[in-house]
Write a protein that binds this ligand. Structure first.
Ligand SMILES: [Zn+2]
Length: 383
């Protein structure tokens, strides 16, 4: 791992979902091409593409997400008892719990907060949760394979695994980068940090619940509409906050690469991510090049995350003379269960405010968003 590659992604070639695209055009935030400069594993290779844009209209790639959606919406109607639902990471647990509301359906999270969800191996005790589930909601995009395997081995007849991200995002829109290289076969899975994609998650969650438990469909519809309205507010506020930052200041250098899809939507630039795909530390040579890059691109701050404390990022911040902010989170919800902030929206707002303010923007619109929805989150969150 010795080189730093400069890779151009033409965003318009990677079609956003229609609704996302429409909203972006309305705001005048039309995505143009951006340069993602990331450390590359192969020395001196400045031309390695991160994704194959020729696959945009490939019918076989579209079929993969159609298949995942079909799997989500499979299974029989449950009558005579509440649905059992298992979920993996906390932001998804919260989104599911908000659509479920007070319908009596149990929602049980699996990945403890503050855990590295990318390397998480479920303990054998999780099998008991999976045995009872009618639906196992996971993010997909190859994030939770050990949990998926355990679910496949233990689920009862008629139960389904719903890979939300895999079902909503065609493969030709997957993003690959330094931390999630295409040759590793694991695309960047962080769709939920991007509000328009989170909105698609909740709509699919509603569709699954209505299909399996039609008796409670009015509740699911109403909760869905409340949650979508809240996500729309957060989305609008993020656009407002983004507009307060000149384009050349919207630069993200993060340790954990959780904002690729977010950056694409709001016209930010992911200058780089530092964490290698092995989840170990980058080499001193990589670090030296990143320091040089922070200086030459005039990046104002570098961001670490709570789950992945890294002395390397601190070193980059110190040596480049820029702020080092180590509090971003990608799936560890703020506060504790029962708090309004202990939610997908609380998590995202915290991250967005942190990023916007550190880069010199105005986060007032984000702080003013009402992230409470009139639904109680009754899910179980392992800590
Ligand atoms: Zn992550």
């Amino acid at each position: 791992m010795t080189g730093v590659g400069r890779i151009a992604l033409t965003l318009e070639a990677v079609a956003a979902p229609a609704s996302t695209k429409r909203r972006r055009v309305m705001r005048g935030l039309v995505a143009v091409s951006f340069i993602a400069t990331i450390a590359a594993c192969s020395s001196g290779d400045d031309s390695r593409p991160t994704s194959d844009m020729s696959a945009v209209n490939d019918a076989t790639t579209v079929a993969a997400h159609d298949r995942a959606r079909e799997e989500c919406l499979g299974g029989s109607v449950i009558s005579g008892g509440p649905l059992g639902i298992a979920t993996t990471v906390a932001p998804i647990t919260n989104l599911v719990a908000l659509i479920v509301g007070d319908s009596g359906v149990t929602v049980t999270g699996i990945v403890p907060e503050g855990t590295n969800s990318h390397t998480f191996e479920p303990p054998p005790s999780v099998a008991a949760t999976l045995e009872k589930a009618d639906v196992v909601f996971i993010n997909g995009l190859v994030l939770e394979e050990p949990t998926k395997d355990l679910a496949t081995a233990n689920m009862k007849a008629g139960a389904v695994i719903c890979e939300l991200g895999t079902a909503i995002l065609p493969e030709n829109q997957y993003l690959y980068d330094f931390s999630f290289p295409e040759e590793g076969g694991k695309p960047n899975p962080h769709l939920w940090t991007n509000p328009p994609l989170a909105r698609e998650y909740v709509t699919l969650i509603r569709d699954v619940l209505v299909t399996r438990d039609p008796e409670n469909s009015a509740k699911y519809e109403s909760n869905h509409d409340n949650v979508v309205a809240m996500i729309d507010s957060l989305d609008d506020a993020m656009a407002t906050a983004t507009a307060s930052l000149p384009v050349d200041q919207r630069k993200l250098l993060t340790y954990h690469d959780a904002y690729a899809y977010f950056a694409k939507t709001y016209n930010w630039t992911v200058v780089g991510a530092i964490q290698p795909s092995s989840f170990e530390e980058p080499t001193p040579k990589d670090v030296a090049k990143l320091i040089e890059q922070v200086r030459s691109e005039n990046v104002k701050a570098v961001f670490g995350s709570e789950v992945f404390p890294s002395p390397v990022l601190e070193q980059i911040g110190n040596e480049a003379g820029v702020a080092y902010i180590d509090v971003l989170r990608d799936d560890d919800l703020p506060g504790g269960p029962g708090d309004v902030e202990h939610s997908w929206a609380g998590l995202m707002r915290f991250d967005y405010v942190t990023m916007v303010e550190a880069l010199g923007g105005d986060a007032t619109a984000l702080k003013e968003v009402d992230i409470s929805v009139d639904v109680e989150d009754k899910a179980y969150y392992p800590q």
